[in-house]
Design a protein around this ligand. Sequence first.
Ligand code: ADP
Ligand code: MG
Length: 721
Amino acid sequence: MASLDSKLVGVLGDRTAKVLKDVFGYSTIGDLLHHYPRRYLVRGELSDIAELHEGDEITILAEIFSASSRRLQGRKGNILEVIVTDGSAKMSLTFFNQAWREKELKVGKQGLFAGKVGVFNGKRQLAHPDYELIADGNDVDSAVESFAGKYLPMYPASAKLPSWKVSQCIELAIGALDEVPDYLPDSIREKYGYPTLHQALVQLHNPIDLDTAEKSRERLTFDEAFLLQLLLLTRRIELKNLHAVARPAITGGLLDALDAQLPFELTAGQRLVAEEIDNDLAQPHPMHRLLQGEVGSGKTVVALRAMLTVIDNGGQAALLAPTEVLAAQHLRTIEKLLGSLGHGGMLGSNEKSTQVTLITGSQSAAARKEALALAASGEAGIVIGTHALLSESVAFKDLGLIVVDEQHRFGVEQRDALKTKANNPPHLLVMTATPIPRTVAMTVFGDLDISTLRELPLGRQPITTHVIPASEKPGFLERAWERIKEEVGQGHQAYIVAPRISAGTSEDADIDFLMGETTHEIASVDELGPLLSGGALKGLKVAPLHGRQSAELKESTMRAFANKEVDVLVSTTVIEVGVDVPNATVMVIMDADRFGVSQLHQLRGRVGRGTSPGLCLLVTHADPETSSRERLDAVAATLDGFELSRIDLEQRREGDVLGSSQSGTRSHLRLLRVLRDESMIERAREDASTLLESGLEGFPLLAAELAQLQADATAEFIDKA
Ligand code: ADP
Ligand code: MG
């Protein structure tokens, strides 16, 4: 008898085992039994043929209505045409030179037929379909062999391995299988009324009824959630057990000096999060915290306070930003907030002070040398930088805190690369402006504690958003340019965002053509800038900004914009994250349907940051009542980042929802859907947490299963690196 670890060869023989290996990469019975059916066909309930569309890859259950072969005219060979029916509609199956099949394809027989729906002479047909005939109810011998049950599982399949072949392999594997030991603690299984692991596996593949199948699926889905949460919580406990230097808040230091000079009151939310962070930093174990907060919710000052706490304790902080524009802006913002507190080492500087330095890939050799020296000597309490911070030449005297801005742009690997520059495990604060639903955060950032800033600082201005259908209402676009002129007339500034840097390649036009779209040129920075400054925005100072410009040019353009020397910035999404120019009040986003929902929300967060309300205009050529337009309407309808991120996530594939953070465990997530299974993930998290409080000693099977998952995750992680 066999276990889940037994090789498939032993049960299925060399040839079949090889096909399963080649097609799906399976080598054990366990691998195969985790190949779950997508749905079930019910024996005797024929598929609805009228519903099939040309091009669909289908498997249908149908009855043979007629079968006849004839010679081909003027050519050699014959054609067998079999008509199948679901009782109302009919469809033809054709076979060339396989007249012998007429013997088995008998009128009245039912069978599964698989192939791609084609159209010939206006009629739908399957050419050379794979098929498997269903044994008659009284045909005992063959009935035991295949499709013994009432519910016929439909598997993800390939041309080499149609669903029923998979089904036959699984039947054989189950037949050979010993009772599978269950790793899930009985108490948990009984609490939810789940079947045992053995029952669940057998019943999912061969259910007696659909309820049983559903319960089995639920159990196996729960297992995925539960094991993943166990893994993440275990990692968290391991991190918590590492030794770090405690950096408790100190009175009379830089932190107090900053608080005394802040030009605003911290919001209640900021104070609460600050307390959580203070508390973490005071522990002799590394902080591992995610700070998520709406665009403009004031994360930077919260992070700065944490940095100063560490500096008050003699340590240094590194701030990792995704782009040079952002890094430079962080430098400006932090220098401004610190004022004389950031002028350490200078003549007449505040006695309680530190230095802030910047390390980027594009800075001059001299500037870099100076920055490296400041970081290494510890004179710079705050070191801000892009990926360049990760380079080997960068060293710290005593790196105590890492702040990562906009986490979704960085992988765990980069986070870890920076950690190696610290003498002891450093504290970590990860910031993201893309708020994500709790369960997604739990799954994607499951090893982090989570703080959330929900409220925006008082006096933050509302942003109004409108969709401008440029094809239907060209007048609206004219009006948009007018609005920009009005705002600039009142001393404000504007952003115009385009999806592209330069005019489209012919390739894109071809694709548009093939998709049957009315070809319209997607807006680009290179074209839009001159077009507007010579036309609709004549007289205004318009400057382009995009990723292909040199770092100096980008930096000087941003600086000019911040200093109001530029009225209108025409840019790509380089301004998407974090850019903070409170005087900007309008944003026009060209071809807005080319951007994702969260991205649009991020973009518009650039306006309404000052004392005047913000206006965001989403220009689109997408047709009304298309999903593109619906997405834009959704963005226009709400300012709630959580709601929008959910809409965004729902439209993505599961792998994209999880991002790179769970790459190591993703292959174990076959049934779990982070958004759909929210409440199950919550329950699994609680169960895992309760169990870990008393340890896994009493649960050796579970511990082994977890170790396996851990090993796989590590292996995949190493493969990737
Ligand atoms: P984000 O969370 O998007 O990074 P920032 O940290 O850039 O937001 O803050 C946005 C703006 O709000 C900045 O100009 C910042 O100085 C300001 N700000 C932060 N906290 C407050 C507050 N409590 N009251 C008023 N303004 C604040
Ligand atoms: Mg920010």
